[in-house]
Ligand binder design. Structure first.
Ligand code: IPM
Ligand code: MG
Length: 350
């Protein structure tokens, strides 16, 4: 699951992007450099991509950028999005394009309620689960179309594409993760097999097939709607959740909310075959409302570089970051601090 590397220098493409992405990413880089000292070092290349670039010259992601980023070992992404750009343009033209171009079939999104953070739930319990969101298929496939637009006979289709290969890749990853994690050793598949009878059948078939290879891991199934109820009433029941792209998108925002806000939630878009760079990003967006004020919390971006280290097998360095983040949150979660101050406070604990 991790990409063991003998390299002593990893080349990282940095797409700080828009809004608070630009503010949190340098903090994460500083923490990454310090945490990895002695193990590995990083050579960063900045890419001017995102709304600013698009508004300036109409470019989203050129073939040259894509080829150049594809040569790197990994990608660090801050956030993309800007109210001046029509919804969908940056998302499809940049973020999802990167996930697809580099075949990032697993979007791994851990959720943990850190001691010191208050959950909106009255009795949150011990929340520590991970969502394995399929990253390249489902309703994100881009298949479909709209015709007769602007008439009263408009027709639109949006096709959920599910392949045995893509589903198995995500499901296998989930079982491996459940085996490795210090948790309940359980995988919960989430779908809507009662309605999505075609895609749901494929997913269930794959679950049944893959589960046979993991007798030490149990599994269960929840409909997506029922899953939201459990997530809001008993989130500690979950260990690893595996689900399709859109359900995963929705559930991980809910998951972020129950652990006290997506300011703490990080993600890894993983190219499972290690043929292309994987991409590490906080789950939060560019937050235009607080951008430029240096008040964004860099913790999610910092946790995402810990995921980068884990990806390359530097578990000790990753754990140093996790411990520093936990200690920082436990002591300071309620204090008002600037983006840089939080970054420094975490860095100083390494
Ligand atoms: C996420 C985001 C993206 C997604 C958007 C910005 C395209 O919501 O990473 O969860 O839908 O995947
Ligand atoms: Mg989302």
């Amino acid at each position: 699951m991790t990409q063991q590397t003998s390299k002593k220098i990893l080349n990282i493409a940095v797409i700080a992007g828009d809004g608070i992405g630009k503010e949190v990413t340098p903090e994460a880089q500083a923490v990454l450099d310090k945490a990895a000292q002695g193990d590995v070092s990083f050579n960063y290349t900045d890419y001017d991509l995102g709304a600013e670039r698009y508004l300036r010259d109409g470019t989203l992601l050129t073939d040259e950028d894509l080829a150049s980023i594809g040569e790197k070992d990994a990608i660090l992404l801050g956030a993309v999005g800007d109210p001046r750009v029509t919804s969908g343009i940056l998302e499809r033209g940049l973020l999802i394009k990167l996930r697809f171009a580099f075949d990032q079939g697993v979007n791994l999104r851990p959720s943990k309620l850190y001691p010191g953070v208050s959950s909106p739930l009255k009795n949150p319990g011990d929340i520590d689960f991970a969502v394995v969101r399929e990253g390249t298929e489902g309703l994100y496939s881009g298949m479909g179309g709209i015709i007769r637009r602007g008439t009263d006979q408009a027709i639109a289709t949006e096709i959920s594409m599910n392949t045995e290969f893509g589903v198995e890749r995500a499901v296998r990853y989930a079982f491996e993760l459940a085996r490795k994690r210090d948790g309940k050793k359980n995988v919960t598949m989430v779908n809507k097999t009662n309605v999505l009878v075609h895609a749901g059948a494929l997913w269930l078939d794959v679950m049944e097939k893959v589960a046979k290879d993991y007798p030490d891991v149990t599994w269960d199934y929840l409909h997506a709607d029922a899953c939201t109820i459990f997530m809001a009433t008993n989130p500690s029941r979950f260990d690893v959740i595996v689900t399709d792209n859109l359900f995963g998108d929705v559930l991980t925002d809910l998951a972020g909310a129950v652990v006290g806000g997506i300011g703490y939630s990080a993600s890894a878009n993983i190219n499972v075959a290690n043929e292309h760079p994987s991409m590490f990003e906080p789950i939060h967006g560019s937050a235009p409302d607080i951008a430029g004020k240096s008040i964004a919390n860099p913790t999610a971006a910092i946790v995402s570089v810990a995921m980068l280290l884990e990806h390359f097998g530097y578990d000790a360095a990753a754990n140093r970051i996790h411990r520093a983040v936990e200690a920082d949150i436990a002591e300071n979660a309620s204090k008002k601090r600037s983006t840089h101050q939080i970054g420094q406070d975490i860095l100083n604990r390494l």
